[in-house]
Design a protein around this ligand. Structure first.
Ligand SMILES: *Cc1c(COP(=O)(O)O)cnc(C)c1O
Length: 356
């Protein structure tokens, strides 16, 4: 697709809502900017994207999203630097993963130019909405779903791709206590766990509620077959530090290929931190907790970058983690955020300029 032929129509909001927003107290993903990008798939093709005022959309009750859950999303952020430059972090990887999720859910793939030029145009239009207080950013939610109607249990003939922008404050939920889950599963071999498919998250809510009732904030997912191997933490990838070695599981049908996860693997390699990508058993982690070699556990993902875990529960027993002054978690978070906010060199070529 030649970008020069891509025609993005813009319908501007008659008035801006920006003055109603308290930029010093932004929660995560609850305030939206003036505009959204909408792109329709009809008659076998994606139509050109349109930008319009952010607001409700109308769908038939028989739209297949409501019945069969054909729905996927992405999560990314735009960062404003001190000179007003606006940057994305590895956005082409989000586009690739969107299409990986799309094909798994029998949703038509979206051309790269629609995604990248659509996003760039939208961010330029709502640039004033990108917050600048420390640690804040513009959370970007691209998503796609079956808008086509009919109760036949088969893929829809029409889809919508939308990008919404949510200015968000720094995402700090404190440290979390997690429960190692041995009954419920997030994903299975041959399943859809590697896709960012809406239903994956709905399926997590109930086991997570049960864990919360027991005093934990999150669930650590183990493999669906034996529940013996650690796979993810909530909707984040998970890293465990035993001694000075960092360990994370290999991506698969069941473990989502996180962009933060793979960035961390590149950083630890250049910094000479011993890192292993391999199956990690619950037994090994419990043993390490008992003999004092378990140093850190943390989740990784776009929203929080790195989310430290303070302890875990397993079969009725709680295990605490030490508080370290020189944790890998804080070093990795700072390294990634300094690249994202254009405060450091970007030896990996991850930063992508949107407004220069
Ligand atoms: C989105 C997601 C992640 C993190 O991916 P990032 O690209 O780092 O944001 C990890 N696990 C699951 C299940 C996810 O949905």
């Amino acid at each position: 697709m030649d970008v020069s032929t891509l025609d993005i129509q813009i319908e501007k909001a008659p008035t801006s809502k920006i003055d109603q927003v308290d930029f010093d107290n932004l929660a995560f993903g609850s305030v939206f900017s003036d505009h959204m990008l909408v792109c329709d798939y009809r008659n076998g093709a994606w139509e050109f994207p349109k930008i319009m005022p952010y607001g409700p959309i109308s769908l038939e009750p028989s739209a297949k999203i409501f019945h069969y859950g054909q729905s996927i999303f992405e999560g990314m952020k735009a960062y404003k630097d001190v000179d007003g430059g606006v940057w994305l972090f590895r956005p082409l990887d989000n586009h690739k993963r969107l299409n990986i999720s799309a094909s798994r859910m029998a949703i038509p793939e979206l051309p790269e130019a629609y995604f990248m030029e659509g996003l760039r145009t939208l961010l330029q239009l709502d640039e004033k909405w990108i917050p600048t207080t420390e640690g804040s950013s513009m959370y970007i939610r691209p998503f796609m779903f079956a808008s086509g109607k009919g109760l036949h249990a088969s893929p829809a003939d029409a889809y919508k791709f939308i990008i919404a922008l949510a200015p968000s404050g720094s995402y700090f939920s404190g440290t979390v206590k997690v429960l190692i889950e041995e009954k419920y599963s997030r994903s299975a071999n041959g399943g859809v766990g590697y896709a960012k498919a809406g239903g994956n998250y709905a399926g997590q809510f109930y086991p997570t509620q049960l864990a919360k009732e027991k005093g934990y904030q999150q669930v650590v997912w183990t493999d669906d077959n034996t529940h013996e191997y650690i796979e993810e933490a909530g909707a984040m990838n998970i890293f465990v530090r035993i001694g000075d070695t960092l360990i994370t599981g290999p991506t698969s049908d069941r473990i989502l290929d996180g962009i933060t996860r793979k960035s961390i693997l590149q950083i630890t390699e250049t910094k000479g931190i011993k890192t292993e990508v391999r199956k990690l058993s619950v037994t090994e982690v419990v043993e390490a907790a008992k003999n004092g070699t378990l140093k850190e556990m943390f989740g990784t993902g776009t929203a929080a970058v790195v989310s430290p875990i303070s302890g875990f529960g397993h079969r009725g027993q709680d295990y605490g983690l030490p508080e370290l002054d020189d944790s890998y978690a804080s070093m990795l978070k700072k390294t990634i955020m300094d690249i994202q906010y254009n405060r450091a060199e970007d030896p990996f070529g991850w930063r992508y300029s949107v407004i220069g």
